[in-house]
Design a binder for this molecule. Structure first.
Ligand code: GLY
Length: 358
């Protein structure tokens, strides 16, 4: 088991990573001194560990459609009916959409009740459940309403990963691959639990330095500007991590075109992404202009074309990137039909899933 501490000025917690760590939940709840717990779970009851205290189990569903203010209201109403007090605890068990919505409910209930996350997807273990960002969607867009609400503990049980659909696993690898360019050591070929621990360690250091996303934390969005655009342009046929992988290859080329890194480092972007079995090509059907417009309207675009890019001092946010440079780099990206990208991702994901130790 690995343990990563995240220490902020007024709050600290541990992220435990390894097989079976979900069974630490009762000890965590005891240390918090909670008398009651509400466990909101998108996983079957047999995957929900004992809390050691009187518990209400609320079933949930992973997925963007339930990541709404309506769900937050329903959860808070269930907390009231159960008699959850401010000194009790909420537990989330599920993928990143579940940890996001439950985290926000915990942030708002009684102006803040403690929350413990049990992320069950690779994406949630390496990113979403760590660092205290919580949010829900509005009809106008994703993650538009949220709060920073740090958990009291995060238990990344790698046993959960054996239950994932294969594409879901590949989705998480997209976030692991981009760590290579934002300060992580080379994680290629390491056991999955070590890759998760290293990704969490990196994220913890970044969040400790910039909890509220005012500078350094932007680097966590490496590969995400084009990634978000590709997700939207393909109507989510490319999964988040897959789209981030293509965005990472693009970020390398863009940094090269801007003279921030040399050819060898540009090539390393392709090598790293490819080595994780992730897609590297832009879907042939998506027009360059469509992608540029989507990127210009990205929530993190700061009114211009903005990207987290590698450079002589490491990755940093670069704003006001000229449109013609972005267009030329996009035009030069390898292209493949979307159906082929999805078919390859599905086949690769199946092989990867077969290699996860059960
Ligand atoms: N997922 C990016 C962040 O936590 O800042």
């Amino acid at each position: 088991m690995a343990s990563v501490s995240l220490r902020l000025a007024d709050h600290a917690y541990d992220v435990l990573i390894g097989p079976g760590v979900r069974t630490s939940l009762a000890g965590v709840v005891r240390r918090l001194g909670a008398e009651r717990a509400v466990v909101v779970s998108a996983r079957p009851e047999e995957w929900v560990p004992d809390t050691g205290v009187e518990t209400l189990l609320v079933p949930a569903r992973d997925g963007e459609r339930d990541k709404t203010l309506g769900t937050v209201g329903e959860l808070c109403a269930a907390f009231v009916r159960f008699g959850l007090s401010r000194s009790d605890v909420v537990v989330s068990c599920g993928g990143g959409t579940t940890t996001d919505v439950v985290g926000l409910a915990a942030a708002l209930y009684h102006r803040g009740v403690r929350v413990v996350h049990l992320p069950t997807s690779l994406l949630a273990q390496v990113d979403a459940a760590v660092g205290g960002k919580t949010a829900v969607n509005l009809p106008q867009g994703k993650n538009l309403v949220g709060a920073y609400w740090q958990p009291s503990a995060v238990l990344c049980d790698t046993d959960y990963l054996t239950t994932l659909p294969p594409r879901e696993l590949l989705n998480g690898y997209g976030e692991i691959a981009r760590c290579h360019f934002i300060g992580a050591p080379d994680l290629r070929g390491l056991p999955l639990a070590d890759q998760i621990a290293a990704s969490v360690r990196l994220k913890a250091r970044v969040v400790e330095a910039d909890e509220r996303d005012s500078g350094l934390r932007h680097i966590l969005n490496y590969g995400h500007t084009l990634g978000h655009a590709l997700e939207k342009a393909t109507d989510y046929a490319l999964r988040h991590g897959e789209a981030v992988a293509v965005g990472t290859v693009f970020a390398g080329r863009l940094a090269g075109a801007l003279g921030r890194i040399g050819e060898a480092r540009v090539a390393e972007h392709l090598d790293v992404v490819r080595s994780y079995g992730l897609p590297t090509a832009v879907p042939a059907e998506t027009a360059t202009e469509t992608l540029i417009e989507l990127m210009r309207h990205d929530k993190k675009a700061f009114g211009s074309l903005a990207f987290a890019l590698d450079g002589p001092d490491g990755a940093e946010l670069v704003t006001d990137v000229p449109r013609d440079v972005v267009a030329a780099v996009l035009e030069g990206m390898p292209r493949a039909p979307l159906a082929d990208l999805v078919a390859t991702a599905t086949a690769t994901a199946t092989v990867l899933a077969g290699a996860v130790p059960s």
